[in-house]
Design a binder for this molecule. Structure first.
Ligand code: TMP
Length: 210
């Protein structure tokens, strides 16, 4: 049986990753593939417990290095218990955020630096990387407007100002420039259905016909 593929969705807060995750899963299932959707931090019981340590913490409670280690602790459990077994069974995994979020939030925006995050990644996951990473790109003001509109309760990260969101956006675009074979940037300012159409096109170009 062919191994499944890991597709990750990345981007700043409010770019529409959760909506697109469901839509991609639907498109893949319609094509007859077995699909599981998941998210980070989280996805397994242990990783969800770590998620609450991270997201319920007061501003500045963790150092950037501790945050990065907690995200990778959660991710190691998630990969070992959910992602890798699913791929091995031929199931495609659509994951909302992955290692690139740690690189951007902790490495770039919180100044831990690329080399530190790369070293933790290597120790935690070896060479394990997604098959395809979709970077949903949205102007910062539009992202903030969408989140206000949803009346989302601000969590630890989302209380940050627009300046922080600008650093996130630049960070994700930098990763896309560095790793064009793995990453694709998607214009997330379009209506949802157009974003989905673009994403399905990218999946077919990069991973083969569905
Ligand atoms: P979510 O809002 O997409 O559920 O993600 C929760 C928050 O956690 C989000 O603001 C981004 C942040 N985060 C990191 O800072 N580092 C990471 O490695 C991950 C996966 C998420």
């Amino acid at each position: 049986m062919a191994r499944g593929r890991l597709i990750t969705l990345e981007g700043g807060d409010g770019v529409g990753k959760t909506t697109q995750r469901a839509r991609i899963a639907e498109a893949l299932a319609q094509a007859g593939l077995s699909v599981v959707t998941t998210r980070e931090p989280g996805g397994t019981d242990g990783a969800e417990a770590i998620r609450s340590l991270l997201l319920n913490a007061a501003e500045g409670a963790w150092t950037p290095a501790t945050e990065a280690l907690l995200h990778f602790a959660a991710r190691t459990d998630h990969v070992a218990r959910l992602i890798e077994p699913s791929l091995a069974q031929g199931t495609w995994v659509i994951c909302d955020r992955f290692t690139d979020s740690t690189m951007v939030y902790q490495g770039y925006a919180r100044d831990l630096g690329r080399p530190a995050v790369e070293a933790i990644e290597q120790a935690a996951l070896g060479g394990f990387r997604p098959d395809l990473t979709l970077i949903l790109d949205l102007p910062v003001e539009e992202g903030l407007r969408r989140r206000r509109h949803r009346g989302e309760e601000a969590d630890y990260y989302e209380r940050r100002d627009a300046q922080f969101q600008h650093r996130l956006r630049a960070g994700f675009l930098d990763i896309a420039r560095r790793e064009p074979a793995r990453c694709a940037v998607v214009d997330a300012a379009q209506p949802d259905h157009a974003v989905t159409r673009d994403i399905v096109g990218i999946i077919q170009d990069r991973l083969g016909p569905l």
